[in-house]
Ligand binder design. Structure first.
Ligand code: BJW
Length: 231
């Protein structure tokens, strides 16, 4: 069975990573749509770099939760061909053991050089403008995708979405495109579509089934059903 799972901030919430929208989901008093842009970075790079430096440090102190682990278990199950497409920039899926993974909005643990285009792994801070390890220029930014920028690996994602038998959306508010369109795309191509969310998204729903609850509960129980096991 070919499965695509799209994850959002909600899957990491119980690990202690803040979501974007909803209670406490503001970015330093601003809407994320107003500040997660290349224009905001051009206007005030230091504030943006500090924001991502803080998040990079914070993510290093948290751990994958039962939902991340369940998806890693699903990938290893016989007869399952799973692609996890995450909008998250944390590395909790890979730390849980998921291998077939796309970070469509980039990664905190990677920088991007505005001079040479290099994308070096990065674990430190960027605010002090360290030199790019590839070209030496001091023009590194976080390798994340802001509004108006092109998300990563869209061809690979769309191919998997169109070919999958089951599509599950986990912990995402479904307001940011193109990710928000994948459930409808999967459904149009004949997949069964599911939403697993603490607070399910509003109608019109592209989902055949909705399971309401925290990711650490609903994701492991869904994976158990598919794999016929219990943990
Ligand atoms: C739990 C839980 C628990 C809580 N358990 N669940 C007009 C119409 C349509 C599109 C556009 C438009 N105008 C502009 C656009 C395009 C724009 C867009 O979508 N804008 C909308 C806001 C309208 N999109 C773009 O610009 C994208 N690029 C693009 O479109 O390129 C051109 C293109 C053309 C043609 C084809 C393809 C592309 C780029 C979008 C980049 C988004 N970047 C960010 C920041 C990344 C870096 C960072 O992390 O700082 O990505 S914004 C932010 O939102 C982040 C997230 O990945 C993304 C989604 O958020 P997510 O994950 O859904 O989080 P929340 O907080 O919204 O929701 C949390 C959910 O969890 C909730 O549902 C809770 O219920 C749930 N939850 N606890 C289970 N314990």
């Amino acid at each position: 069975m070919r499965i695509v799972v799209l994850t959002g901030a909600g899957i990491s919430e119980e690990s202690g990573v803040a979501t974007f929208r909803g209670a406490g989901g503001l970015w330093e008093g601003h809407r994320v749509e107003d500040v997660a842009t290349p224009e905001a970075f051009d206007l005030d790079p230091e504030t943006v770099q500090r924001f991502y430096d803080t998040r990079r440090r914070a993510v290093a102190t948290v751990s994958p939760n039962a939902a991340h682990h369940a998806l890693a278990r699903l990938e290893r199950a016989p007869g399952i061909d799973l692609l996890v497409v995450t909008q998250n920039i944390d590395d909790l899926h890979e730390r849980a053991g998921t291998r077939q993974l796309v970070h469509m909005h980039g990664e905190l643990r990677r920088a991007r050089c505005l001079a040479c285009g290099g994308q070096p792994e990065w674990t430190g801070d960027l605010v002090d403008r360290p030199p790019c390890p590839v070209c030496g220029q001091r023009m590194l930014r976080p390798d994340v995708v802001w509004f108006g920028e092109m998300p990563y690996e869209l061809d690979r994602i769309e191919e998997a979405v169109e070919a999958c038998d089951m599509f599950a959306s986990v912990g995402t508010s479904g307001v940011v495109y193109p990710a928000a369109g994948y459930a409808a795309m999967a459904k149009a191509f004949g997949a069964r579509t599911m939403e697993l969310n603490l607070v399910p998204t509003d109608a019109p729903l592209p989902f055949d089934e909705v399971r309401e609850g925290p990711a650490t509960v609903v994701v492991p129980s869904w994976v158990d059903e598919i794999t016929g096991s219990s943990h």
